[in-house]
Each structure stands twice: as structure tokens, then as C-alpha cells.
Design a protein around this ligand. Sequence first.
Ligand code: LMR
Length: 344
Amino acid sequence: MLSIKKVFLFLLAFSLVFALTACGGGSSQGSSASGNTDGIQKLTIKISHVVAENTPKHQGALAMKEYIEKESGGKIKVQVYPNSQLFGDKDEYENLVANNVQFIIPDMAKLVGHEPGFNIPSMPFLFDGDEDAIAFWDGPKGQEIFKRLEKDGVLGLAMWPNGPKQITNNKKPIKKPEDLDGLKFRTQGGQVLEKLYSTLGAGSVSIPFSELYTALQQGTVDGQENTYSNIESKKFDEVQKYLTEMNHTRVDYVLLTNTKFWNSLNEKTKKIIQGGVEAGTKVAREQAAKLNADAKKKIEKNGYVKIHVLTPEEKEAFRKALQPVYDEYTPIIGKDIIDDAMSR
Ligand code: LMR
């Protein structure tokens, strides 16, 4: 009788422990406000970029974080590092390849050493606006360029726009091609930007974004080209005297991930992260033009730089002067790619 009681107590204790274990981490648990988290891998993902918070890139990265953390019920943590805090222009790509960071969103101009197709945003006056650039990169030729990074173990997931670039400098107002003669500019990098400045008689040097404010302040270079939101959020206008609204080249980004990391995700996890990519892309695309317009207003209000907006005639003079860039780089990038971009 006594031993039956013992067996009964043992079975009771066992079933209690079993029930608690099942509730604590098994298939019956995991539902949260945002759904069932069963089968979702526990991960910490890093997103690194070089710009400030008040930019489409950072807003897009935050949207990714919010979506992924919510939809995974907190199983996936996303850490976003802005302002080159984790990696900068010089080392972010290598660290993505090494899987030390899972997402980076570089300016395409910084990828031309890996693939010349990323010179597209630097081709003068190629796109009329964000919509055309998005259509190109979402289209077959843009996607073909993304695919060429697969040789490095890198996957191009989406294009995020920032927008058209404007030229700032410390020496004189720029209204015609000859005004650049003898000036020295910082560029994001790449053969096309170098050619663009040399065609206009100017010098150029590539400097990491994190060092640009100091380079402008100390006169290492006379000027630079960037979007309104990058200029305002990094206070470049504080250390420049003139700004010309050129809209001649663009800052466009590609959201990149590490192929091995991506392939290590199970179906459920990948679906959530893919959803995060879509949410981030939507926000970055929606915010780009708005943030540039807001930044322009702030720069006008600050009053540090004298702003000149190119007239249609002035723009035409630059377009003509920069034709040699097309003559040299159309065969390098590929005529089919340039034609597709021009048709947008
Ligand atoms: C720059 O270096 O000027 C930009 O490419 C920075 C960025 O990522 O927008």
C-alpha cells in the first residue's frame, strides 16, 4: 500500500514537472501580442551604418528593428549602430563578409571597387528623381548588379534612396562648369566621381564620411557633394560658404547581408527578417525626399551657406560639359545598363 502511494506521488510529481517544462519553452508557449514565436531562432543581429539619426537610412534601419523584434516576440534582437560607431566606410564591407555585422547599407559609390555597376548613381543627371532610381534598381538590370556581389558571399536585398546631391564649397559660388576649375573636392569614392571632377578641372579625393566635417573645417578640401539631409544632419553647412543645388548625382544605398548568415536562417526566421527588410525599405523610400526637403529648410534658416539653385540653362551647360563621363564609362558599366537607367 505504502509503495503504491509512493509510485502515485512520484507520477504526480513527474507529470507536474513535465507540464511546467512544456509551458516554459516548448511548443505550447511563445504566443505573444504579435503572434506565435515557435520555431523562431534566437538571434542578435547588428545593423551598422555611417550617417546620423535624422536620415532615411537610419529611419529605415529603425523600422527594420521594430518589425523584427515585434514579430519575433523578442526572440530576435536587433542592434542599430549609426554614425560609424561600429564600422566605418573603410571596414564595413569586410566586416559584413566576415559576418561581424549582419546588415550594412552603403552608398553605392563606395562599392564600385567590387562592381562597376554601382557607379550608376554617380553618372551625371541620369535620373530625374527617387522614383526613377528606385524603378531602375528594382528592375532586371539593377538586380543583375546586386547579384554580382554574390562572389563575395554578399547578398543585395534592396535599394534605399537618399536622393540628389548638391555641391558645397568654401571658395566661390558655383554656377557654371568653369567655376570648379582649380578647386579640390571630397568624394564618396569611385572612378566616375573622380572623372566628373577632373573633367571640370577640379581635383578630388575620397575621404570617409566620419572624417568629412574635419576635412572641410581644416581646408583639406574646398568642398564636397552630398544630399541636403546628409549636409544638415552632419552640420557641413557650418564649415562651408556656398551651396549649389545641382541635383547632378545621387546618394543611393544597397541593403546588404552576409549570404552564409542568410542561409543559416530557418523558414520562419527568414520570413520575419524579410518582413523587416520590406518594412525598412518602405520607410527609407517614403522618408528620403521629405527629409531632404526638411533639411534644405533648416540649412536656409541656419544661413551659413549662400544657396544657388541652377537654372535650366546652367544645368544644360553642366550636362554638356560632363558628356566625357558618359563617353568613357558607358562601355565600362555596360551600354545595356546605361540605356535601361536612361529609359526610367
Ligand atoms: C557620404 O559618404 O557622403 C555618404 O555616402 C554617406 C552616406 O552613407 O549617405
